[in-house]
Design a protein around this ligand. Structure first.
Ligand SMILES: NC(=O)c1ccc[n+]([C@@H]2O[C@H](COP(=O)([O-])OP(=O)(O)OC[C@H]3O[C@@H](n4cnc5c(N)ncnc54)[C@H](O)[C@@H]3O)[C@@H](O)[C@H]2O)c1
Ligand SMILES: [Fe+2]
Length: 384
């Protein structure tokens, strides 16, 4: 069997990566549309980028109209501004939301119709060069061929894909994440952990994605607590941006599974941030997946040093899940109820959420394949 492995064309990582990005940015175009959000303007991250662009004679237009749930309307606004301002490449600076919005803007500059027309298909036309500059250590969108855009008409988070959406350049600089608030640090960090664990235990896992998944898990277990406790800890922040990148590379090539499949409907209907809805689901979903198929979970537990070879598969898998549960508790992950989700509204939407989860395709990648009933059961367990 042959395995395809895709990564961004160039990755510039480490402290001062942004400061050293000028020559690589110059290769990509003369005027960039910067896709971002208002928080990135107020934290000064956008100004750091524009200073580098100006210093390298690259023009720019700033589009700061993205919020934490990029929608089809925002994508349309971005496309309009790109044309009006005569841009010839795109740079996203921010969390996964601006990066995903940039990918969708790029895709729809070169494709006809609506974004929804491309759900379940491969986007093939190459967009203008895409540069991703993450400011959260989470989504790994800087290393993936995916974008997630909310279709506000149908209350669905659309998962769109295409190898052409992989950035031409990803700039992974820990300094941009130090302003990230503790709540964002924990949710995004658990998102990265979810990517790594799901990639390793996916039916589509391959030897190369395993390497990145294991390394990401090790870094996250060692550094997410310190980064959460002290946002200024640059060593922990650097480890976390590398982990998020590695986890992104892993799931880009192995896919995510049941947790992400079930998480997107919660985000679409109840506006729980992506990493947080993953965190709420993580332990119950992993318990479901590991039951009857514990070998890969046990291997991962051993590879990251949580279990030794003498432990049976079941016990080793349970140790991994317990460790993940302890991490979620230390990061103060709330329950759906504590977060303020309405129990009756959740119950009324169980059928739609389970259908939307299955339609996304992600649950089918789980080692132990869930039925619609299984998915509804797990959703209900979140209230017990
Ligand atoms: N494309 C992919 O492969 C992929 C994978 C996973 C998730 N996603 C998507 O990514 C989105 C979530 O991205 P996210 O979790 O990074 O959150 P986000 O981009 O929505 O950001 C969350 C909040 O944190 C703020 N923030 C970000 N960086 C900051 C910093 N350095 N300092 C201060 N504030 C900061 C943002 O302004 C925002 O208010 C979701 O839409 C999700 O579906 C995409
Ligand atoms: Fe994710």
């Amino acid at each position: 069997m042959a395995n395809l492995f895709l990564v961004p064309k160039k990755i510039l990582s480490g402290q001062d990566a942004l400061e050293n990005a000028g020559p690589y940015l110059q290769e990509l175009g003369g005027k960039a549309l910067i896709v971002t959000d208002k928080v990135m303007v107020s934290t000064g991250n956008v100004q750091k980028l524009t200073a580098i662009l100006t210093g390298n004679n690259i023009g720019y237009e700033v589009f700061d109209g993205i919020n934490s749930e990029p929608t089809t309307e925002m994508v349309a606004q971005g496309i309009e501004l790109y044309g009006k301002a005569n841009c010839n490449f795109l740079i996203a600076i921010g969390g996964g939301s601006p990066i995903d919005a940039m990918k969708a803007i790029g895709a729809m500059i070169v494709n006809t119709g609506q974004l929804a027309d491309y759900m379940g298909k491969e986007l093939k036309n190459p967009p203008p060069p895409l540069v991703a500059i993450p400011t959260t250590a989470g989504t790994g969108s800087e290393a993936t061929q995916f974008t997630i855009i909310s279709d506000t008409k149908n209350n669905v988070k659309m998962l769109l894909k295409g190898a052409v959406l992989l950035p031409s350049l990803s700039i992974v600089d820990p300094i941009l994440t130090v302003t990230s608030p503790a709540k964002v640090t924990s949710a995004t960090g658990i998102d990265a952990l979810t990517h790594a664990v799901e990639a390793y235990t996916s039916r589509k896992a391959q030897p190369l994605s395993d390497i990145f998944a294991v390394s990401a898990c090790k870094r996250i277990f060692a550094n997410l607590r310190p980064a959460y406790k002290n946002g200024q800890d640059l060593t922990a922040r650097n480890e976390m941006v590398l982990a998020a990148l590695e986890a992104g590379i892993a799931f880009n090539n192995a896919s995510v599974t049941i947790v992400h499949g079930m998480s997107r409907p919660i985000g679409a209907l109840f506006h729980v941030p992506h990493g947080l809805s993953n965190a709420m689901l993580l332990v119950e979903c992993l318990r479901f997946a590991a039951a009857g198929a514990p070998a890969r979970f046990a291997e991962l537990a051993r590879a990251v040093g949580i279990a030794d070879a003498s432990l049976a598969h079941e016990a080793a898998a349970e140790k991994l899940i317990a460790e993940i549960g302890a991490l979620c508790r230390d990061l103060d992950v709330p329950s759906l109820e504590a977060y303020g989700v309405d129990r009756a509204a959740f119950a009324a939407n169980l059928d739609k959420m389970a259908s939307d989860a299955l339609i996304s395709g992600s649950p089918n990648n789980t080692i132990r394949q869930p039925s619609k009933e299984d998915i509804i059961n797990i959703y209900q367990k979140l209230w017990q």
